[in-house]
Ligand binder design. Structure first.
Ligand SMILES: [Zn+2]
Length: 386
């Protein structure tokens, strides 16, 4: 019994001693970290705050050589600076890391990726492009390729974008067909501006091969046909456009009228009316009513407007109807209607046009790629009633 008590006592002392030892070791580590980090690291931060970038970088390099954890802190700090728009500071930190030859490969690749993004954000596209390319075969290749595609799109290097998107599709197995079709449409658009119709058709065939329901390719094919006065080709392209994306038809309403001007403009107005029925929009209605007024006369145009308002009530379009009515009345009641139209317009405020379904960016004209968030095919016409 006495021996058991003695062993219990020895056990308790050993247990206490081990606990004390462990605590000492932890405290020593904490003290070492606390001593090592603040003195050198905060010296670097101070230099940065005083805009003395070279000295700051020297301090950080010194810290990260002694403490591997400081390397992650530097990377985090660099990325933070970029997000704050302090691009020179971010670049200085990342460049110093890339210049070091003692970094583990994974960390150096990360620093290279960060530096590429600094150049990208600074508008130094050539340098960003080179660095993104250098990340081939690294863990950051997929992300770098997506960013490289964005750089090349900004530079309008459409053939290169196609090559990069093909690589992305192979690497990530993410379908890029719709985006590649947009690149060929961009090339077709450039060729159309130069009236080089052979190149237009070549690129549109490629766009269709990547996305057979590409509305923009049908729209450009229609424009090319109108340019060539190819009436059957134009009608076929318009039919295709109305089938895949009727909401784009108001963008070519003038060309629709041109195509039918030799035969019957009323048929063209019918085409616009049909597109409006399939994809009602404020812009589409406005184009339809203008064309109808011109080729069918005011009474028919007002009839179309009334019918459309029955289907899709919209205060803003009622203002347009009141305007048209006012022209048919005597001076006093006409003026009254005009004033009512103006009040309605003020109450509805927003100018009809287009907006990005992705970020909400509004614009009076259509963009294939949103200038606000760079998303392709996100623009929508302002719906009726909004
Ligand atoms: Zn957007």
């Amino acid at each position: 019994m006495e021996i058991e008590t003695w062993w219990l006592l020895v056990g308790a002392i050993v247990f206490f001693a081990l606990g004390w030892f462990a605590a000492r070791i932890d405290i020593r580590y904490v003290m070492r970290d606390a001593r090592a980090l603040p003195s050198a690291y905060f010296r670097g931060l101070n230099y940065l705050l005083r805009q003395e970038n070279d000295k700051a970088v020297e301090s950080f390099v010194d810290v990260s050589r002694r403490d591997p954890y400081a390397l992650d802190l530097q990377l985090a700090l660099g990325s933070l600076f970029r997000r704050q728009g302090r691009l020179a500071d971010a670049t200085a930190i990342h460049q110093s890391l890339v210049d070091r030859h003692d970094l583990p490969k994974e960390k150096r690749d990360l620093a290279l990726f960060e530096l590429a993004q600094d150049f990208h954000a600074s508008g130094l596209f050539d340098r960003a492009e080179t660095l993104y390319e250098q990340l081939e075969g690294t863990a950051f290749e997929a992300e770098a390729l997506t960013k490289l595609a964005a750089v090349l799109e900004q530079e309008k290097e459409w053939a290169k974008v196609v090559a990069v998107r093909t690589r992305i599709e192979k690497l990530n197995r993410e379908p890029q067909g719709k985006l590649i079709a947009q690149c060929y449409c961009e090339l077709a658009d450039v060729a159309l501006a130069k009236n080089d119709l052979a190149v237009v058709h070549e690129n549109l065939a490629l766009a269709n091969s990547f996305n057979r329901n590409c509305g923009r390719a049908k729209l450009l094919s229609f424009r090319a046909a109108v340019r060539a006065a190819d009436v059957p080709g134009g009608k076929a392209a318009l039919e295709e456009l109305a089938r895949v994306q009727p909401e784009l038809l108001p963008l070519v309403s003038d060309e629709v009228i041109t195509l039918w001007s030799g035969e019957s403009p009323q048929t063209a107005v019918e085409q616009l009316a049909s597109a409006q029925r399939n994809a009602p929009s404020s812009i589409g209605l406005s184009k339809l009513i203008d064309a109808s007024t011109k080729y069918e006369g005011s009474p028919k145009a007002m009839g179309r407007l009334r019918a459309e308002l029955q289907r899709n009530p919209s205060a803003r379009e009622v203002a347009k109807l009141l305007d048209m009515e006012s022209a048919q009345r005597d001076e006093t009641s006409g003026l009254l209607l005009k004033e009512s139209a103006e009040l309605l317009r003020r109450a509805t405020e927003k100018t009809p046009g287009y907006h990005c379904a992705h970020c909400g960016f509004r614009a009076p004209r259509y963009y294939w790629k949103c200038p606000g968030c760079n998303t392709w095919e996100a623009f929508k016409a302002t719906p009726l009633g909004s």
